[in-house]
Design a protein around this ligand. Structure first.
Ligand SMILES: N[C@@H](CCC(=O)N[C@@H](CS)C(=O)NCC(=O)O)C(=O)O
Length: 210
């Protein structure tokens, strides 16, 4: 197996953290988004969506999309479990991770991609060009702030996003907070004490350096 990824890609970081949590190592192939390597014919043959990360199996099968990559790795290496263990916890992890992705990660991504000058015609990653819509930025930032407030309320009741156990939902949420802080100037506000407590606990895990 090989992982095609980029060091400054938040989606790639989700997989790198997952691999570190599981203790899985594999060859890492860098894809330079700065020079547009994702558009090269060689990479398009691996992932026609022209996005990182992509996992290539020994038989040549290429898997794109972070949740699909993680699903494959979890089936192959179930311990320690990061996608839940029972029907109940598997569903809860899937629900919470999807919520983090849609309400948090996607909002921050939209705020950044519609604002950064070098992404002028690349407001959405993938094979099609989309112009930026500056009016979306403020709404996306508001959605990100609502994500913080809603997940602060959630984390007042439970230690981790999906409940009692650390899971991929926490990985996606940490990547969201770090990306929001660095790329959108949206750190967690002091008033969100539960979210801050959770963030300090989970970001101290060695995997988060990945
Ligand atoms: N839904 C995809 C999103 C992948 C994605 O958007 N990756 C970004 C990097 S974080 C990318 O490849 N960007 C290339 C570009 O902007 O052209 C996934 O889950 O893997």
């Amino acid at each position: 197996m090989k992982l095609y990824q980029s060091n400054n890609s938040p989606n790639s970081r989700r997989v790198r953290i997952y691999l570190a949590e599981k203790g899985i190592s594999m060859p890492i192939v860098p894809v330079d988004l700065g020079t547009g390597e994702q558009f090269s014919p060689a990479y398009a043959a691996i992932n026609p969506r022209l996005a990182v990360p992509a996992l290539v199996l020994d038989d040549g099968t290429a898997i794109g999309e972070v949740p699909a990559i993680i699903r494959y790795l979890e089936e192959e290496s179930p311990a320690p479990p990061l996608l839940g263990t029972s029907p109940r916890t598997k569903a809860l992890v899937a629900m919470w991770e999807r919520r983090v992705e849609q309400e948090g990660f996607a909002s921050v991504m939209e705020a950044v991609r519609n604002a950064v000058p070098r992404l002028k015609n690349r407001a959405i990653a993938g094979p099609h060009d989309y112009v930026q819509i500056p009016a979306l930025v403020e709404r996306s930032r508001q959605r990100a702030l609502n994500f913080y407030a809603d997940f602060d309320a959630r984390l007042a009741d439970v230690p981790f996003i999906a409940g009692d156990e650390f899971s991929v939902a926490d990985i996606t949420a940490v990547v969201t907070v770090d990306f929001a802080t660095k790329a959108a100037g949206l750190p967690i506000a002091d008033q969100h004490a539960a979210l801050k407590r959770w963030y300090e606990t989970v970001s101290a895990r060695p995997s988060m350096a990945a």
